[in-house]
Design a protein around this ligand. Structure first.
Ligand code: ADP
Ligand code: ZN
Ligand code: ZN
Length: 768
C-alpha cells in the first residue's frame, strides 16, 4: 500500500453533529470514495451508518481516533450533486448536514444498532429473488440427455426440468431448432416460473441437475412506445411554445393557469420530450394521497417509467426506489411529495412543481426545515435542468419573480372545456342571522342551492377548515373548557368516538359526564368542525348521502380511497371536508361548492392570511362546474365587504396580488425581505423567558430593529414545552449569508452559558 494513501474519512452521520473523522482500516484503503456508505462506532456502544464526505490524509487532532467498522457500499450511494445539495441545504436552512442526510436516506439505508451486527442486519442491500438454472456440471447436450435419463420415471421431477428447459430456451428459438437446448445457451429462470414443489426442486438440486441462486430481478423495461400524447387546444399549444422558447434563456418558468385550464397536459408534453432525450424528470406534488387520479393519468402515458415516492411506502420499498434511481441512467419520471427532492435523480433535465403555492412543500416541524420548491430550483441548477412552477394562484414570491422577468411567465386564462369559472355568491352570515335566514350553520341561500343541486342530480362539496365535531367543549354553568394537559390549546370534540383530542400532540380523553370543575352535567360543544357539519346536513337532507373527507376519515390510504371512489362514482351526494377536498380533484358532476366559514381564513394571524385565503377559496371553488355547465360557489362570511372576498368573487388574482404586495412592501414582509423565525423551547417557563430576554438583548446589538420579539406564539406550550418566538427580517439588498453567520454566533453564545445550555433554539428560514 502506498505510504501516502488517504487513510482518513470525514463522515456525515444522521445526527445533529458536524461531519466526524474516522480512520480507514488497511483493508479498505483505496476502496472508499465520496458518497460511499460506511458503518462507524460512536459513543460507548452505538453504530451508525454514515456517508463519506471527504477522503484525505490529514490526521485529525483528537485523542482517540476510531476506525470505520464496515464499508457497506463502496460505490457511492449519494451523487456528487446530491452532496452539494445537502451542504447547500444545511447552510441555507441553518442545520447540520447530518440532519439533511437523515431526511434524505430511507431508513433501510441508514441502519444503526448497539453492535456492528445489529446495525448490519437492518441494512437493505437490494431486492433479490430465487432463480433456477442448470447445474454447472451439465455442459453439453449429451450431459443434459444423460441427466434426464437418470430421472427414470420420476414424473414430477421430469416435469420440473422440462418446465425449466421450456422457460430457459433462448428467446425466439423454436423448440425443435438445433441447439435450442444447448446448455450453454440456457439462461437462469426465476423460481416462480416453475411450478414444481419445494421437495421436487430440492431433489433435483441434490442430484446436481438444477441449481438455485439469488439475484436481483432485472428492472422492468420502460414502455417502449409512449401512448399518444393529448392533443392540445390552441391556447395550450401557445403556452407550451412560450414555455419552450422562454426556457432556452431562463432556468425557471411560472405557468399560471386557471383551474381546469389543462396545465397537466402541458406538463405531459414537456415530460415526454425530456424523457425521450434520456433525461430524468422530477414531478413534485403537494400531497400524494390526494393525487392518485393524477398518478394514474401519468402512468397511462409513461407506464413503468413512473416512479412514485411518498411516506406511505414501506421502508423496504423506499430503499428499493432509492437504489433503483441511483443506477437508472435516465428516462424516469419521479413523482412524489417534498422529500422526493432528496432522491438521487441523476441526469435531471426537468422539474415540475405542481400547485407550487402550497405550503406543504415547506417542512416546518423538523429539521431540515426546507422548502421543496426552492430546494428543487437549486437542484435543477446543479444539473442545468429547467423548472416549471404551476399554479392557478401562484405564491406571491413566484409571482413577483415572474413579473420582474427573473422567471418566464406564461398564463392560461380559460378552462380547457370552455366552461366559465364558477359564479361566486357571497352570503353574509350576520345579516342572515338578523333576518332569521339561517338554520344550523347554513344560510338559507346555501341550503336552497344545495337543494337545487341535489334535485338536478348534481353533487355538492362543502369546505370547512376544521376537523372534529367542535373545536372545544364548555361547561354551561361555570364556563370551564377542556384543555390539553401538555399544550396550551383546547381539546377538539370528536363525537363519533366520544373523545376529546389535542390536534397538536395527539393527547385524548373520554368526554367527562360531569364538569370536572363544578360537577354540573352541562358540557356543550362550541363552534363547529367537519363532523358537525356532516351531522347537521344529514338532518336537513335526510335523503342525501353525505360523506366526509378529513384527516380523521382518511387516516388510512384505503379509507381515503373509498371516500374518493364513492364520490367519483356518484354514490355520495355531498362531500364535506377540510383542505383535503381542495386539491387537484377533477370530478365531473360537482355543480356547487360551499365555503362555510371564510372568516376563519381571513382572520388568521399571519401576514400571509390574505394570500392564503384567496388561494384556498379559489382552489375549492375551482372544483365546481368543471366539465359541462358553469358551477356556483357560495361563500359564507360575516365580512362580506372584505377586499379578499371581493377579489375571490371576481376571480381577480392580479388585484389580490397588487393589494397584498403593496402591504408587504409597506410593512416589509416577503417577498420584499427574508425572514428567519427563531423558536426557543424549554420545559421551564421562567428559565426560557430569561434566556429569551438575554438572547433578544444580545441579538439586537447586531441586528438592531431587524429583530422582533421575544413573543409568546398563539399556542405557547406544546408537548409540555414552552415556546418563545423571534422574527428576524433581512432586507433584500443585505447579505443573508452574513446574517446567518451572525445568528449562528448568537446561538452559540447563548448555549455557552451553562444555565441556558439546554434551551432549544430552532431556526426556521423562510417560514411559511
Ligand atoms: P389544471 O391542472 O390546469 O387544473 P387539468 O390538467 O386537470 O387542469 O385539466 C382539466 C380537465 O380538462 C381534465 O379533465 C383534463 O383531462 C381536461 N383536459 C385538459 N386539457 C386537455 C387536452 N388537451 N385534451 C383532453 N383533455 C384535456
Ligand atoms: Zn362547570
Ligand atoms: Zn396536546
Amino acid at each position: 500500500m502506498a505510504e501516502n494513501a488517504a487513510r482518513y474519512v470525514d463522515v456525515i452521520l444522521p445526527l445533529d453533529t458536524p461531519p466526524l473523522t474516522f480512520l480507514l482500516p488497511d483493508v479498505w484503503v483505496g476502496q472508499v470514495e465520496i458518497g460511499s456508505r460506511v458503518l462507524v462506532p460512536l459513543g460507548k456502544s452505538k453504530f451508525y451508518t454514515g456517508i463519506v464526505l471527504r477522503v484525505h490524509n490529514r490526521k485529525p487532532e483528537v485523542k482517540r481516533l476510531r476506525e470505520v467498522s464496515e464499508v457497506t457500499d463502496s460505490v457511492p450511494v449519494v451523487t456528487s450533486e446530491q452532496l452539494q445539495l445537502w451542504l447547500w441545504m444545511a447552510d441555507y436552512y441553518l442545520c447540520s448536514p447530518g440532519l439533511v442526510m437523515r431526511a434524505a436516506l430511507p431508513a433501510a439505508l441508514k441502519p444503526d444498532g448497539f453492535s456492528r451486527d445489529e446495525a448490519l442486519q437492518g441494512d437493505y442491500r437490494a431486492l433479490r429473488i430465487p432463480y433456477v438454472k442448470l447445474h454447472a456440471r451439465i455442459v453439453t447436450e449429451a450431459d443434459l440427455e444423460a441427466a434426464l435419463d437418470s430421472l427414470g420415471r420420476a414424473r414430477a421431477r421430469l416435469r420440473a426440468v422440462m418446465e425449466y428447459l421450456e422457460a430457459a430456451r433462448p428467446a425466439g428459438m423454436a423448440e425443435d431448432a438445433p441447439g435450442a437446448f444447448d446448455p450453454a445457451g440456457l439462461k437462469a429462470v426465476p423460481r416462480r416460473r416453475i411450478s414444481a414443489s419445494g421437495p421436487v426442486l430440492k431433489a433435483l438440486i441434490e442430484r446436481e441437475i438444477l441449481d438455485l441462486f439469488w439475484k436481483e430481478p432485472p428492472r422492468e423495461e420502460m414502455a417502449s412506445s409512449l401512448a399518444v400524447l393529448p392533443q392540445l387546444s390552441a391556447a395550450q399549444t401557445q403556452a407550451l411554445e412560450e414555455l419552450r422558447v422562454g426556457l432556452v434563456e431562463k432556468p425557471v418558468a411560472l405557468l399560471q393557469g386557471v383551474t381546469g385550464s389543462g396545465k397537466t397536459e402541458i406538463y405531459i408534453h414537456l415530460i415526454a420530450e425530456a424523457l425521450k432525450k434520456g433525461g430524468n424528470v422530477l414531478y413534485l406534488l403537494p400531497e400524494i394521497a390526494l393525487t392518485t387520479q393524477l398518478i394514474e393519468r401519468m402512468q397511462a402515458y409513461f407506464g413503468s417509467a413512473v416512479v412514485v415516492y411518498h411516506s406511505r411506502l414501506s421502508d423496504r420499498r423506499r430503499a428499493e426506489v432509492y437504489r433503483r434511481l441511483l443506477d437508472a441512467p435516465g428516462g424516469q419520471l419521479v413523482m412524489g411529495v417534498r422529500s422526493s427532492v432528496l432522491l438521487p435523480v441523476s441526469a435531471l433535465s426537468l422539474v415540475v412543481i405542481d400547485e407550487e403555492h402550497e405550503n406543504s412543500f415547506k417542512q416546518s416541524d423538523n429539521a431540515p426545515r426546507y422548502h421543496a420548491r426552492d430546494t428543487a430550483i437549486v437542484l435543477a441548477s446543479l444539473y442545468g435542468a429547467k423548472t416549471i412552477l404551476g399554479s392557478a394562484t401562484p405564491s406571491l414570491e413566484s409571482y413577483l419573480n415572474a413579473c420582474s422577468g427573473k422567471y418566464v411567465r406564461v398564463t392560461l386564462t380559460e378552462r380547457y372545456s370552455g366552461v366559465s369559472l364558477p359564479k361566486v355568491l357571497v352570503s353574509d352570515t350576520l345579516r342572515a342571522a338578523r333576518r332569521g335566514e339561517k338554520r344550523s350553520h347554513f344560510n338559507t341561500l346555501l341550503l336552497e342551492r344545495i337543494g337545487e343541486a341535489l334535485d338536478a342530480g348534481k353533487q355538492v362539496m362543502l369546505f370547512q377548515n376544521r376537523r372534529g365535531f367542535s373545536p372545544y367543549v364548555e361547561c354551561g354553568s361555570c364556563g370551564w373548557t377542556a384543555g390539553c394537559p401538555q399544550c396550551n390549546v383546547t381539546l377538539t370534540y370528536h363525537k363519533a368516538e366520544g373523545l376529546l383530542r389535542c390536534h397538536y400532540c395527539g393527547y385524548q380523553m373520554a368526554v367527562p359526564e360531569l364538569c370536572p370543575s363544578c360537577s354540573a352535567a352541562d358540557l356543550q360543544p362550541k363552534g363547529f368542525g367537519t363532523e358537525k357539519i356532516e351531522e347537521a346536513l344529514q338532518e336537513i337532507f335526510p335523503e342525501a348521502v353525505v360523506d366526509r373527507l378529513d384527516a380523521d376519515t382518511a387516516r388510512t390510504a384505503r379509507g381515503y380511497a373509498r371516500i374518493i371512489a364513492a364520490f367519483e362514482q356518484g354514490r355520495t351526494d355531498i362531500l364535506v371536508g377540510t383542505q383535503m377536498i381542495t386539491k387537484g380533484f377533477d370530478f365531473g358532476r360537482v355543480s356547487l361548492v360551499g365555503i362555510l366559514n371564510a372568516d376563519n381564513l381571513l382572520n388568521y394571524p399571519d401576514f400571509r392570511a390574505g394570500e392564503r385565503a384567496f388561494q384556498l377559496m379559489m382552489q375549492v371553488g375551482g372544483r365546481a362546474g368543471r366539465r359541462q355547465e358553469q358551477g356556483t360557489v357560495v361563500i359564507q362570511t360575516s365580512q362580506s365587504s372584505h377586499p379578499v372576498i371581493e377579489q375571490v368573487r371576481r376571480g381577480d388574482y392580479e388585484a389580490m396580488a397588487a393589494s397584498q404586495l403593496a402591504e408587504r412592501r409597506a410593512f416589509l414582509y416577503p417577498p420584499y425581505c427574508r425572514l428567519i423565525a427563531l423558536t426557543l423551547r424549554h420545559r421551564d417557563k421562567a428559565l426560557l423567558w430569561r434566556a429569551a430576554a438575554l438572547f433578544g438583548t444580545e441579538c439586537r446589538t447586531v441586528f438592531g430593529a431587524r429583530l422582533l420579539g421575544p413573543e409568546a406564539p398563539p399556542v405557547d406550550r406544546v408537548r409540555g414545552q414552552f415556546l418563545v418566538r423571534f422574527l428576524l427580517k433581512i432586507e433584500k439588498q443585505r447579505s443573508v449569508v452574513r446574517a446567518k453567520t451572525l445568528l449562528r454566533q448568537q446561538i452559540e453564545r447563548l448555549h455557552a452559558r451553562p444555565e441556558f445550555r439546554y434551551i432549544d433554539v430552532i431556526p426556521d428560514v423562510d417560514p411559511q
